[in-house]
Ligand binder design. Structure first.
Ligand code: SF4
Length: 317
């Protein structure tokens, strides 16, 4: 970590300092060797540097899980919440401090099981934030339990004979929510695509949901293996309003021109299982954004305390 990083949060908000990617590292990530969370972290730090986001105006919010350690490792403000509750916290931050840049990291169990209700409603609220759902198909931090995205038949601590249900598809589910405005999929083993997807998500004025396929060599070493080893099994969705990375043309021959404004096509593609698809499935920049239509009037700290005291007095015995 550069010495610059140590004092970033002490900077005057408008201090003209050019920040490099490593300046956004508070401390090195402690994940297993080969964990896909490292790739996601690298892409995030690159984005922060590219956009020159000020650490004192940037917030990382998470729930519980391996990927939810992000707030500890990024040099910005952070809120490491409880299981499944990252999204209501992040929505509250956007309501009261809409000028802040908010990033959320969640795992698949965190988002699609414990936090499933919040996931659906936060998608509908469409507050402006970047939401990274790091999907390794398992509960990793709590040591190998079946999550909703675990493939059917996969054996775990809680399903020793194999997961009995078909896996939940986060893309299909998110695309089914009213007012969903940005739904994308990328993978930790394609760093250029991951970075470009993050960039598109950041530029989108609304709730940007990215499912990041994330390798977990500890508990699900094989779930993405064939796609990692054989790029011909992956199709890139390319479009000027989506993600197009020319440097990937050599590696990924299968490319599909997909207009992210076409919701019907996005849903149809999300339902197909013939190939793995990476790219922006849906993007609509003109949908209602919650913090704009429900703007919270600014009040002073003294007034907030006075209101709280008044509220408490109603219930005082
Ligand atoms: Fe990464 Fe899996 Fe290790 Fe968690 S258990 S740090 S997800 S490799």
């Amino acid at each position: 970590m550069s010495s610059l990083a140590i004092s970033l949060l002490d900077l005057e908000p408008d201090a003209a300092v050019c920040l490099e990617a490593e300046d956004y590292e508070r401390r090195p990530g402690k994940w297993c060797s080969g964990c896909g969370d490292f790739g996601a972290m690298n892409a995030v730090k690159r984005l922060l540097a590219k956009e020159q986001l000020q650490p004192d105006r940037t917030v990382f919010v998470s729930g519980i899980g391996c990927s939810s350690r992000f707030p500890h490792y990024v040099n910005a403000y952070g809120f490491h919440g409880i299981h499944g509750r990252a999204l209501p916290v992040a929505t509250g931050i956007k309501l009261t401090r809409p000028e802040l840049d908010v990033f959320v990291t969640m795992g698949d169990g965190d988002c699609t099981s414990i936090g499933a209700g919040h996931w659906i409603h936060a998608t509908r609220y469409n507050a402006n934030m970047v939401v990274m759902m790091l999907d390794n198909n398992i509960y990793g931090l709590t040591k190998n339990q079946t999550s909703p995205t675990t493939p059917q038949g996969h054996k775990s601590m809680t399903s020793p004979s194999g997961a009995v249900l078909p896996a939940l598809d986060p893309l299909q589910a998110t695309l089914g929510v009213s007012n969903a405005s940005f739904v994308a999929q990328t993978a930790d083993w394609v760093p250029a695509h991951l970075y470009a997807t993050l960039q598109a998500a950041y530029e989108h004025p609304g709730f940007s949901f990215i499912r990041i396929l994330q390798r977990c060599p500890k508990f699900t070493p094989n779930v993405f293996l064939q796609h990692v080893q054989n790029p011909d099994l992956t199709e890139l969705l390319v479009h000027e309003n989506g993600v197009d990375v020319p440097s990937l043309e050599q590696l990924f021959k299968a490319r599909r021109k997909h207009d992210p404004l076409n919701l019907d096509d996005a849903r149809a593609l999300a339902h197909r299982s013939d190939m793995l698809r990476l790219g922006v499935f849906y993007r609509n920049d003109s949908l209602p954004v919650y913090e704009k239509i429900r703007a919270v009037p600014k009040v002073s700290a003294e007034e907030k305390v006075a209101r709280l005291n008044k509220e408490f007095e109603r219930y005082a015995v």
